[in-house]
Write a protein that binds this ligand. Sequence first.
Ligand SMILES: [Zn+2]
Length: 198
Amino acid sequence: MLNTAVLVLNRNFQPVHVTSVRRALCLLYQGAAKAIDAQYRLYEFADWAALSAANHDSIGTVGRRIRVPRVLVLSAYEYLPRGRVRFSRLNIYARDADTCQYCGSLFSRADLNLDHVVPRSQGGKTSWENVVCSCIPCNLRKGGRTPEEAGIRLLRKPVRPRWTPFFRGAAKRVRYREWLPFLNLADASYWNVELLDE
Ligand SMILES: [Zn+2]
């Protein structure tokens, strides 16, 4: 139980990290984070420890049981695990969920290209906002043109992701129902992962 996962949110309630219950309780005890219950109430350690542990995951401490928090909000910026998402091929594939952003089909990474929405020859930048995953047939159809010029539609406007690659990988492995209100990522495939109840 001490090694099961806890979702960590930053002060803006964005998910930034997944940590262990052991570490989560340390953060809570040190005042670095607050726990959230199902009604979105925030608790400091003493108040959280006073909650009933009946019908909840819990751990035993001296003389009593403490409810296991599944979501924490950080109180201090210095605990943020990392900053910006690196602009890399891997992270672009992850953002676009291995889906061609023109035809919407899912491909293996070997069958996807990166495409400049506005071609470099027309001044398009190599940036989160102008590079998307594309399958090879769509890439050839589009050629060195904008989607408008080629008569094909871009499924969604590319943006810099707000998640961190670490968070995303960890969140795919184990998730709890308590996490769902905070995992508002714009990625349909993300929601189709089977939920695990422990
Ligand atoms: Zn395509």
